[in-house]
Design a protein around this ligand. Structure first.
Ligand code: GAR
Length: 283
């Protein structure tokens, strides 16, 4: 395997996305390793997560700097010192200067809990509920100077359910975040995506597939094999026997049942995982 890309993760708080990246990097064939975690808040819980994983963690407290430029310069110096090649913003809630974002152009990723370009900035879930959208989600993108903007790498769609509050919606979107951030990092670190005129291009179509999180989906279903997932769907359909499973087109398979009904299913088939993520019955 070629050398793993050296990643610096920037955080401001809880660090659950950091944890998802730490867990992914623990796999032997993952193309990236986290070499430093930096928080702009001394009390960020993510610092504990880094330390428990044996990753050097540092605080660059924005309150100790007179200007954004000074803060960014300190951050930049630490990242350079750690020989970082890629940066992942994981709940990092500071606006970065144009100089910093230019210095790390196409080498810095961010995750945001909405389907960008909708609901940039703070309180995206409250705003999604206020707007009455039926689907929201999460986006991993390359960082540009504007807040929560830049070429989109991966997105996951999450349905808004009746009775959702900002908290319940945020919790389901967070599951989606933990699914797509490691994938996006793997794609970038292995050179299978690149930016072309502010659009992200993929080495193959299947890598670009969006992820659809169904209302009931749990993370455990992510890496089961196709037949196991298909039989689960069969159970959901009160034990209909499956006659045939075939590929319909990129990102979709069709399951034919003994009674002649067919189920078209969206599949996430990036080469990291293969799982059934949704579908509809065609009688
Ligand atoms: C995540 O939901 C992340 O998408 C969001 O902050 C949360 C951090 O949680 N980031 C943004 O809103 C960036 N604009 P975490 O610390 O548990 O990863």
């Amino acid at each position: 395997m070629s050398a793993r890309k050296r990643v610096g993760v920037l955080i401001s708080g809880r660090g659950s996305n950091l944890q998802a990246l730490i867990d992914a990097c623990a796999k032997a064939d993952f193309p990236a390793e986290i070499v430093t975690v930096i928080s702009n808040r001394p009390d960020a819980y993510g610092l504990e997560r880094a330390r428990s994983a044996g990753i050097p963690a540092a605080v660059v407290d924005h309150k100790s700097y007179r200007s954004r430029e000074d803060f960014d310069a300190a951050l930049h110096a630490l990242l350079e010192e750690a020989d970082v090649e890629l940066i992942c913003n994981a709940g990092f809630m500071r606006l970065l200067t144009e100089g910093f974002t230019q210095a790390w152009r196409d080498c810095q990723l961010n995750i945001h809990p909405s389907l960008l370009p909708a609901f940039r900035g703070l309180h995206p879930h409250e705003r999604a509920l206020e707007a009455g959208v039926r689907i929201t989600g999460a986006t991993v993108h390359f960082v540009r100077h504007e807040m929560d903007a830049g070429p989109i790498i991966l997105q996951a769609a999450v349905p808004v359910l009746a009775g959702d509050t900002a908290e319940t919606l945020a919790a389901r979107v967070l599951e989606a975040e933990h699914l797509i951030y490691p994938r996006a990092l793997a794609l970038v670190a292995s050179g299978r995506v690149w930016v072309d005129g502010e659009i992200v291009r993929f080495a193959s179509d299947k890598l670009a597939l969006p992820v659809f999180l169904s209302a009931e989906q749990d993370n455990a279903s992510a890496s089961k094999d196709l037949s196991e997932e298909a039989s689960k769907i069969s159970d959901l359909l009160r034990g209909k026997a499956i006659k045939h499973v075939s590929r319909h087109r990129v990102g979709e398979i069709v399951i034919e049942f003994d009674d002649g009904t067919r189920l078209f299913v969206n599949v996430d088939s990036s080469d990291l995982d293969f799982s059934i993520t949704g579908g509809e019955i065609d009688n």
